[in-house]
Design a protein around this ligand. Structure first.
Ligand code: ADP
Ligand code: MG
Length: 258
């Protein structure tokens, strides 16, 4: 379980302090697929990066399984990061390494034996259905296949949490479906807790059991997806839902034309 309490984060921009997260409070329970949705620049990436301390909060607490992580360093910080696999919009694969090597990478830097790594990588390739691409380079893969490699790499060290920052935003609707399907099956099969950032309402509807709306660094509303989408309380969330469905309709229309 992750408890976020009174979280603040600011950046300095040209000598000026810019507050990007303002009193964020959330509870992410084990087994959740927790969506964080909001417009560009709202602070979503900064929030998720605070969870593995890629960004250090200015104030507040993040309690992961009973431990306040905000002041961790050394081995304890490394252990936290091993427990939080991360996937990104642009996959962040090593371009000059094969699929096998990309997935093996976190295992190699953690010092596992060659035999262990070989067994684990083969398991992961099977899990993401890419056994036949073992020796391919990222440039030879489709977007969906690249994201599968990234997911396998994120799972290599057996994390409890997956942090997903717009992981389907560069993919077409059909591929998005298949990647979301994979994440959902990992959640079901292994009880993986997924924290998923998106700006697309469709993604939230498809797999998130909980959702938080963030705008300008503040959580506007959060709770069960069903309740929030059907009975939003704030004008901001109502408007966001309305705009999102317009966007989806428009995209659907464009797709039909092309
Ligand atoms: N390292 C940084 N230094 C300065 N400003 C940053 C940094 N990272 C993000 N920001 C600013 O913080 C705000 C929120 O960014 P971000 O968390 O990336 O939003 P989102 O992911 O919702 O689009 C933006 O105004 C962005 O320019
Ligand atoms: Mg972002």
């Amino acid at each position: 379980m992750i408890l976020i309490r009174g979280l603040y984060k600011s950046f300095e921009n040209e000598g000026k302090e810019m507050e990007v997260l303002k009193d964020v409070n959330l509870v992410i329970e084990d087994g959740d697929i927790f969506g964080i949705i909001g417009p560009s620049g709202a602070g979503k990436s900064t929030l998720i990066r605070c969870l593995n301390l890629l960004e250090k909060p200015n104030k507040g607490e993040i309690i992961v399984d009973g431990v306040n992580i905000t002041s961790l360093n050394g081995k304890k910080l490394r252990d936290l990061r091993k427990n939080m696999g991360m996937i990104f919009q642009h996959f962040n694969l090593l371009q000059n390494s094969t699929v096998y090597k990309n997935i093996a990478f976190p295992l190699e830097i953690s010092g596992y034996s060659k035999d262990f790594i070989d067994k684990r990588v083969m398991e992961l390739l099977e899990l993401v259905d890419l056994k036949d691409k073992k020796d391919a380079y990222p440039s030879m893969l489709s977007g969906g296949q690249k994201q599968r490699v990234a997911i396998a790499r994120a799972l290599a060290l057996n994390p409890k949490y997956i942090l997903s920052d717009e992981a389907t935003s560069a993919l077409d609707p059909l591929t998005t479906r298949s990647i979301l399907g994979l994440l959902k099956s990992l959640n079901k099969k292994y009880g993986l807790t997924i924290i998923l950032i998106t700006h697309e309402m469709e993604v939230v509807k498809e797999i998130c059991n909980k959702v938080a709306f963030i705008n300008d660094g503040r959580i506007i509303e959060w709770g069960n997806t069903y309740d929030l989408l059907n009975f939003p309380k704030s004008a901001e969330v109502k408007q966001f839902i309305k705009e999102s469905s317009l966007r989806i309709d428009k995209e659907g229309l464009l797709k039909n034309v092309s």
